[in-house]
Design a protein. Structure first.
Length: 267
């Protein structure tokens, strides 16, 4: 039978899929996974930066076994941990200590050579010590009870010739070292008498500042001076005998540069 020409023909077209798939939610799941992974990475980095070697070993064991022993790395404890020296200073503690020991030995050798060629330095060589401290390399010229002082005139900021000669010869050696130089003046606890307006604070500072001027005149760059401090009798060398001559001294502290894994008495 022939089709009825008056009957409408209906055509149904299916819309192609995939053209606008980006309007779906799949990308959100992928993005959430990425953010979670990044958060986990930063948490691991934070734990490594704020934990000591023992804790790092426990972290490594956790990733190997999945077991965190005794909960020792709980967030409360990890937040209280101090970074190790390598994070604080950028240089391992052993390497820093070795550098300071080498500098101290270098200065000892220089002073030993000085006393062989300079009679004035030889007079006080036994009163000069070089040691490594937590703050750096400390050179100290320490007064002695026996005989006349070889370092200072009594109650005076005038340095004796032997000490002046030592500082003059020491300046070029200090200039070779990295870091800054701090000068500390110390007195014993003996007070000034009468109506003298001076005190041990001003005396100790004046002696340290006199040493600074000698070092600068002898070649130590002014920008290498990190401080001039008068400590009076606040840090005695012999706390049990605050009037002892050993408390009268001049300290020269060579502080290492920033970024490398920082004494006392009157007359």
């Amino acid at each position: 039978m022939a089709a009825d020409p008056r009957r409408p023909i209906i055509i149904i077209r299916k819309k192609a899929s995939g053209g606008h798939a980006h309007h779906g939610g799949a990308w959100k799941v992928a993005y959430a996974d990425f953010v979670t992974a990044m958060m986990a990475l930063f948490m691991v980095l934070w734990l490594l930066a704020s934990s000591d070697q023992k804790s790092r070993n426990e972290i490594a064991n956790y990733f190997r076994t999945g077991v965190l022993p005794n909960g020792e790395l709980a967030m409360e404890r990890a937040a209280q941990l101090q970074p190790a020296v390598v994070e604080q200073t950028g240089v391992p503690a052993a390497a820093r200590q070795q550098m300071l020991e080498q500098q101290a030995e270098q200065l000892r050798d220089a002073i030993e050579t000085m006393q062989k060629v300079a009679p004035e330095v030889a007079k006080i060589a036994s009163q000069v010590s070089v040691q490594v401290t937590p703050d750096g390399v400390l050179i100290e010229a320490i007064d002695q009870e026996r005989g006349e002082s070889m370092l200072f005139d009594v109650s005076s900021a005038i340095l004796k010739p032997a000490l002046v000669d030592l500082l003059t010869r020491l300046a070029p050696e200090l200039a070779k070292l990295p870091g800054t130089v701090e000068l500390d003046g110390h007195t014993d606890a003996r007070p000034f008498l009468g109506n003298d307006v001076r005190d041990n604070w001003s005396l100790s500072f004046a002696r340290a500042d006199a040493a600074r001027r000698i070092l600068e005149q002898a070649g130590l760059p002014a920008q290498q001076i990190g401080g001039v401090i008068g400590r009076a009798d606040a840090r005695p060398h012999d706390p049990a005998h605050r009037l002892a001559a050993e408390n009268r001294r001049l300290g020269i502290l060579v502080r290492p540069p920033a970024g490398l894994p920082d004494p006392e008495g009157g007359e």
